[in-house]
Design a protein around this ligand. Structure first.
Ligand code: DGL
Length: 279
């Protein structure tokens, strides 16, 4: 792998920020990143050939995550954003192959712990994320008095990939999952899978307007803002903006359609799609 040495010695860096998820969910993080850092270039990887990650074992998710990060590094990114909660449970390090790594769990947990008023939080995630107890452990590190219940909602992922984001079927499935809720009067819900913010309208309807929904996409931007300030990542001040690149391990027209809708809402930048292998 080659590195552009010109960039490293300058006080700016036009290389893209690499972002990955198993599928479309990470685009909820990418759209926040694009909105908050409009001068930056981005390279997105959706491991659509191996989706879902939420039903896989921890070692498999770690292996896929490493392959994804190595792929992004081979494409000359300057930082890695793990825009997948399931993968984030298996990527606890802040540096990978010399590059800064940002996972979505730390900022999401911190935001939830600081926002809850009655110290009762419901965490929604994939089976793998719930099993890892990563959110629970992180939230309790911020405040050991918080009560937490976690519920796995695996069907939300295919519903989001299908674009059934505000649909009566989605609402019924959500209600069925939520019959498991035993925690009374929670005031905060962590959307602990990056696909779930796509279902926000339905979830807010089911929970009611008074419940805060925590989306880790916006939470991660605060951490990056700070690291741009202290130059842990050098900003792209060159004014050189490239097309947004979306790499998929299996290309599908549905992904193209949904990503154009989602990303098109925050930027006029053209999107280039590419089918890639990360193995
Ligand atoms: N979007 C991913 C997450 O945040 C997982 C979806 C999946 O592949 O199961 O956990």
């Amino acid at each position: 792998m080659t590195t552009d040495l010109r960039n490293l010695s300058d006080s700016f860096d036009s290389r893209p920020i690499g972002v990955f998820d198993s599928g479309i969910g990470g685009l909820t993080v990418l759209r926040e990143l694009i909105s908050q850092f409009p001068n930056e270039n981005f390279l997105y990887l959706g491991d659509t050939a191996r989706l879902p990650y939420g039903s896989k074992s921890a070692p498999t998710v770690r292996k896929y995550s490493e392959q994804n990060m190595n792929f992004l590094i081979s494409r000359q990114v300057k930082a890695l954003v793990v825009a997948c909660n399931t993968a984030s449970t298996q990527v606890p390090e802040n540096i990978f192959c010399g590059l800064p790594v940002y996972n979505v769990i730390d900022p999401g947990a911190r935001l939830a712990a600081t926002q809850t008023k009655n110290k009762k939080i419901l965490v929604l995630g994939t089976r793998a994320t719930v099993k890892s107890e990563a959110y629970k452990n992180k939230i309790l590190m911020f405040d050991p008095e918080i009560q937490i219940q976690s519920i796995a909602c695996p069907l939300f992922v295919p519903l989001a990939e299908e674009g059934w984001v505000d649909d009566t079927i989605t609402e019924q499935i959500a209600k069925k999952y939520f019959t498991e809720i035993a925690l009374p009067d929670f005031d905060t819900v962590v959307l602990g899978c990056t696909h779930y913010p796509l279902l926000k309208t339905t979830l807010q309807k089911v929970f009611g307007a008074n419940i805060s929904l925590i989306d880790s996409g916006s939470a991660i931007c605060e951490i990056l803002k700070n690291d741009f300030k202290n130059l842990k990542i050098k900003p792209n001040t060159t004014g050189k903006q490239e097309n947004l690149k979306i790499c998929l391990t299996d290309f599908g027209p549905q992904f193209e359609l949904l990503s154009k809708q989602l990303i098109g809402a925050v930027t006029a930048r053209k999107i280039d799609f590419e089918t890639v292998s990360v193995i």
